[in-house]
Design a protein. Sequence first.
Length: 250
Amino acid sequence: MILGGTTEARRLAAALTARPDLDVTISLAGRTADPLPQPVPSRTGGFGGAEGLARYLRDEQISVLIDATHPFAAQMSRNAAEAVSESGVPAFTLRRAPWECVEGDRWTPAADVPAAIAALGPSPRRVFLAIGRQEAHHANAAPMHRYLVRSVDAVEPPLTVPEVTYIRDLGPFRLEDEIALMRGHGIDALVTKNSGGAATHAKIEAARHLGIEVIMIERAPDAGLPVVTTVEAALGQLDHLLSPAMKRGV
């Protein structure tokens, strides 16, 4: 079973459709209103915490669990680590590598979204808030700023700040479009999460090109499962866990 919701999860599931020896299911949290179609059978919704996931793994006789959730789905990853510890099901994490700060970047690290909003400072700024919809409400704590908020689904309830513009869009995004967007709105600060991957990296490049400060929200530590960073490595790790030697405990 793949805990999904990411491009990597879909790519891995697609690669596994060529394996007649495997019965693959992908699980989605159900937080996106119109999720992309999946290449394998899927289920939607939670499990009831780590205990519920452990019970599901046992009841469905899952051979391997792959945590391919979003890098910031920390609670789900913690639940997965606890569930496999309880159930004894082999597991690993497929997590894209984080972005790295390079020459020309102006990054200010932040531990979480409230810290990132606080890092904007007290003076009014034009802020591109690219953190998704679920934690956008933290911007209400700093109403002096003007916000451009981009998310896949609508921000509900809307922010209470006086000046806010919403954009609903789904990557991948092009560099030239990101530059035009930031220039057009006079952006002087980008708040984003270090999600990694290519689909949304253009905003980081655009900020570098324009000399814009990036308030970069860092990932929480991994939950403790072995981690691979590419679909190719995940396929190798899966074969390793399913090998006869591993099944015999050798």
